[in-house]
Design a protein around this ligand. Sequence first.
Ligand SMILES: NC(=O)c1ccc[n+]([C@@H]2O[C@H](COP(=O)([O-])OP(=O)(O)OC[C@H]3O[C@@H](n4cnc5c(N)ncnc54)[C@H](OP(=O)(O)O)[C@@H]3O)[C@@H](O)[C@H]2O)c1
Length: 343
Amino acid sequence: MKEVKAVLYGVGAVGSLIAKSLLEKEGLKIVGAVDVAKDKVGKDLGEVLGLKGKLGITISNDVDKLFSATKADIAIHATSSYLRDTYHQIASLIKHGVNVISTCEELSYPYHSEPKLAKELDALAKKHDVTVLGTGINPGFLMDTLVITLTAVCQKIEKIEAVRVMNAATRRLPFQKKIGAGLTVEEFKQKIESGQISGHVGLEQSIAMTADALAWKLEKIRAEPVEPVIAKEPVESEAIKVEAGKVAGLRQIARGFMNKKEVIVLDFQAYIGAKEEYDAITITGVPTIRQKIQPCVHGDMGTVAMVVNSIPKVLNAPAGLLTMKDLPVPSAVTEHMRKYISS
Ligand SMILES: NC(=O)c1ccc[n+]([C@@H]2O[C@H](COP(=O)([O-])OP(=O)(O)OC[C@H]3O[C@@H](n4cnc5c(N)ncnc54)[C@H](OP(=O)(O)O)[C@@H]3O)[C@@H](O)[C@H]2O)c1
């Protein structure tokens, strides 16, 4: 069976984990890699991944050259969180006729924050007959796709609540930095104000995707200000030590309103030292559903799985910009990749 040819676009913390998972998959071959980081460009992918041997794939910073020389089926894109920053990167892949799966949070449901760019990407993808998907663990699954799937057993729904609590010590270093772990409260506030710390990106996208699946016309989606979680006692990860009174991470809540009532509430908490880790969903309705995954799904492992497992779904899908709610029920790829691909 012919192998699926994949190119990595962004070989940072997440891109590297995805690459390692792809190397273990039967029926898929990595044929190229793109990054802009000076310490990666020109190096062999195996070296950047910390493998013993070379893979014979040199990391390039020239997208056009690489994609002209490589006939890839799919690009795995993992560079940044906002569509404004990633739009041209994704558009260049589409123009080379390559399907795209991206971890860009805003792309998971871009119609909320970037409707114009979303329309343009959709038109471009259709023109070049490729499929584009934004996915990951959150946004991409735990607070949207899983929630939407659970609503399938409800006859009526009054309210949806999802809470994710995770111990950030188990996550990659860029994530721990992104949530402000180790800062003083003052530094945290300054970095939030200056945009150096974005907090978690994607809660509004998850709310909008869920509402869209239910055909709920929300009056507004409101993300509350990001709050620091302050360590009551010293806590630490392998890389960051947090003294008592300093910031261990953050909490962020977003709410969706319909008919002047709060109908979707998402509560995201990520901090070093969280004692109980879980993903909980409550759907108040007929019947009321209470689901809890304990401990919470590991964010990095879950992201890698969501991206890799989405490859056949994307290759089977019609052209255009799709979101997780447009694809068939998500499932794992455990066999030869081609067994899941229809043509
Ligand atoms: N949806 C989800 O559930 C989910 C889960 C995990 C991660 N994410 C998102 O996925 C993205 C990647 O995460 P990460 O932790 O891997 O970040 P990271 O470690 O910073 O890696 C990003 C890599 O992409 C490179 N890059 C930046 N701009 C580029 C460009 N224009 N062309 C090629 N390469 C470029 C970066 O180089 P420099 O270092 O030189 O900038 C870096 O090597 C983040 O936005 C993260 O928030 C989403």
